[in-house]
Design a protein around this ligand. Structure first.
Ligand code: AMP
Ligand code: ZN
Length: 440
């Protein structure tokens, strides 16, 4: 690829000097502090750090004077505690899993949405997307940002977007064939599943499809898995990182050189900190990604602890972009599980168990692979009284647990009812989760 062929949406910003980026970040940070001061939450937090005005932020390094924000803070601020504009200015909300039943919610004004769509469009163009693409979005539509936020960015780029949402693989394949889909957006495990479905299909073969690229994210995956999917489907696969708290997918995205994800630093400040000391790691070292959003008025989020572990890739990218690149994520610092792209906290499962009559003292969560997809099983001890009851009562309890859990975590667990005292009781801190998925 020659230099002139490298695609950009906004070449001036994407290749801006580091000095320009630092200046944009400083202005953005001050604006976010001003927005924060409009919320009780940050006014109080800032006061504890001696910050009472945006003027207290004089240099980019002054970000270190500012407090951190956690998922727990978002839970405490639910539903509107972090709103920095009049409620009538909000045009949409999105949400992700909280550590308990309270979801993590964000709110956006029309301008916020426009900027989020522009960031997404920029990401897609960096990956070589164009208005001629037919993009099929196989991520869930609804509160999850992978549906609508991705969709609006793809539309803004001018592509034809097919909002099939997740699941229904046969219909996905039919649409891919009939509408000439060139790009898809799905989790890595779903891409493998799609490939297996093509292999099995008597109706559709790879030769019927015009697919050239897949955008993937929402769950950690390895370079080996990327290569495997690329080889099987004969396409290019691009890694896309995002989270609902930061307006969804596309906050960091791979360019056509596919060597790490550029974080859009005019819109986000990324720090990589030692999760214990909360001090910056040495250049190129692995640590927790901490993000400050600069492009949202409705809901400031300052130094948000993502709990995701990664590092900056040292050196320049061949594409000429100056925005730094993140390496693949290697894990998290908390116990969040990502099951078929959906975030699940063991504490959410526990919450359902604790409030249900007939459930005993012990439970165990198992995550494993069933084919290429993930499967969640919750083994539940029941009380001796319930165990002595007839099968109808036990089946009703199982159905109820299944319904309540899937309502909360949005995926369907298998519930295995166990005899009282049959699950292992560990000494010290109970080990209640076993992730048996092979690390790919
Ligand atoms: P959500 O807010 O529901 O979109 O979930 C966001 C979380 O999904 C992040 O904090 C990461 O743990 C995970 N995630 C999203 N994209 C990726 C990716 N490309 N690689 C690894 N993990 C990812
Ligand atoms: Zn690049």
């Amino acid at each position: 690829m020659t230099k002139a062929e490298i695609p950009f949406r906004d070449i001036a910003i994407e290749t801006a000097s580091r000095e320009t980026i630092a200046r944009i970040q400083l202005e953005g940070l001050r604006r976010q502090v001003a927005q924060g001061l409009k919320t009780d939450f940050y006014r109080k937090r800032f006061a504890e750090c001696g910050i009472s005005s945006p003027e207290d932020i004089g240099t980019p390094d002054d970000i270190r004077k500012l407090p951190f924000t956690t998922k727990g803070d978002l839970r405490d601020a639910y539903p509107f505690g972090l709103l920095a504009v009049p409620k009538s200015e909000v045009v949409r909300i999105h949400a992700s899993s909280g550590t308990t039943g309270t979801p993590t919610v964000i709110y956006l004004t029309q301008k916020d949405l426009d900027r989020a769509s522009d960031t997404m469009a920029r990401s897609l163009m960096a990956a070589g997307g164009t208005k001629d693409d037919v993009i099929q979005n196989m991520m869930t539509y609804g509160l999850f940002t992978g549906g609508l936020c991705f969709h609006y960015g793809a539309e803004l780029m001018g592509a034809m977007v097919i909002p099939t949402s997740a699941g229904n693989t046969l219909r996905q394949l039919r649409f891919m064939k009939d509408f000439g889909t060139t790009m898809i957006h799905a989790t890595p495990s779903y891409l493998l599943h799609l490939h297996a479905a093509i292999e099995e299909s008597e109706e559709i073969s790879r030769g019927d499809l015009r697919l050239r690229k897949a955008i993937t994210g929402a769950e950690p995956h390895s370079e080996e898995l990327r290569r495997k999917i690329e080889g099987k489907l004969g396409i290019e696969v691009y890694n896309c990182y995002g989270m609902s708290e930061m307006n969804g997918p596309g906050l960091a995205f791979e360019c056509v050189f596919r060597s790490g994800m550029h974080v859009w630093e005019d819109r986000f400040i990324a720090e990589i900190l030692d999760p214990d000391t909360l001090e910056p790691v040495p250049e190129g070292g692995t640590g927790e990604l901490v993000l400050t959003i600069l492009c949202r008025d409705a809901m400031p989020l300052i130094r948000y602890r993502t709990r995701d572990l990664t590092r900056f890739i040292v050196g320049e990218c061949e594409c000429g972009r100056t925005h730094r690149r993140l390496a693949r994520f290697t894990g998290r610092t908390d116990d969040m599980l990502i099951i078929n792209g959906v975030n699940v906290f063991p504490s959410q499962i526990e919450e359902v168990l604790l409030r249900t009559n007939g459930v005993g003292a012990n439970y165990f969560i198992v995550v494993e692979k069933e084919g290429v997809l993930d499967r969640l099983t919750v083994q539940v001890e029941i009380t001796p009284e319930t165990f002595a009851d007839d099968a109808r009562v036990i089946n009703a309890l199982r159905d109820r647990l299944k319904a309540e859990m899937s309502a909360l975590i949005t995926i369907n667990p298998a519930i295995e009812i166990r005899e009282p005292g049959s699950l292992p009781v560990s000494e010290g801190k109970a080990k209640r989760v076993e992730d048996r998925r092979p690390r790919e």
